[in-house]
Design a protein around this ligand. Sequence first.
Ligand code: PLP
Length: 404
Amino acid sequence: MFTVNENYLKLPGSYLFSTIGKKVAAFESANPDKKIIRLGIGDVTQPLAPAIIEALHKAVDEMADPSTFRGYAPDLGYEFLRKAIVENDYKARNCDIEADEIFVSDGAKSDSGNIQELFGPDCRIAVCDPVYPVYVDSNVMAGRTGVYDKATEVWSNVIYMPTTAENNFVPEFPKETPDVIYLCLPNNPTGTTLNKADLQKWVDYANENKAVIIYDAAYEAYISEEDVAHSIYECEGARTCAIEIRSFSKNAGFTGVRLGFTVVPKDLKVDGVSVRDMWARRHGTKFNGAPYIVQRAGEAVYSEAGKAQLKEQVNYYMQNAKIIKEGLKDAGYTVFGGVNAPYIWLKTPDKMTSWDFFDFLLEKANVVGTPGSGFGPSGEGYFRLTAFGTQEASLEALERIKNL
Ligand code: PLP
């Protein structure tokens, strides 16, 4: 008889952004005259940069010609892209990473959700709280998280590392020893980063405890402060304990185009077993490559023109971050983030839960944000606004919030 994976039934409610989507749709159908401003989901709004569009057009034309047509892409991704990644993201920062340690994929969501397939069933994961929900949910689906306590919104077998205003949103080493540590830096949703010296402590801790760090650097392009690490491989010893995940969604607007990559160094071994070879096996079996035209577009991200255009795009979003952050401060809110990440993390007004504030903002200002509790129990009492809207929308949203 067919049975289902019962771990899925343990997942509380639907994915955060589906819940928000449903609430907004209900409000919209009841209030068709209201103009809603969406600063909730972290999706970009600026079109693809000209250098990327040009590369896409060229690659599309190649697909129309029998002599340049391409079918299945190589397992790890095209060498032209992996070389561009290594040169620009790693060698340029003195990180010792080779092209055969890069695995090109269709994005960081897939990789950060799939990577747990390599962990043993009894591995204990540690996550920052709050954080991008995919890390915990994908481990729930795999049956690794124990029992869910509805009241506290906590899984019995997950180690939570609370990051709140009290500890300046910096995770502390947990009391129990984890086997896998997820670090998302710059952090979604709090916008926190670690300076190199503090990140080095995590690398040392992982090596000492034979743990693996899954380092999600999807927002690397938004780092503006000098001493913040762009890659975990800037730290000594990271090759033996860290997997890094990157995305083209936030630095280059590929949310609808889809491209990302994961770095698994050859030195990452568990009892002599190469984790890199396991990921290669998984990739070869379950993934058939990102499209050729998209990989060419990814290559253009690293061209001189591409780099200059994307720097402007990042600046545009960070200008929004400033507008939102300053505007909220003027309106009397306590605000964090928005310096090394395109997210503003604010404290909800007195006695309002994150969802109370979501409803309040939707109904009174017709602005959509994301309730902090959706990112983990310690996100309760906080709220996230994204800088990925247009400048006009960011200005108008703040005007409305100020007038509340
Ligand atoms: N990782 C983090 C921390 C994110 O916030 C997101 C998207 O919001 C992703 C990964 C997903 O990236 P991608 O579009 O490459 O799947």
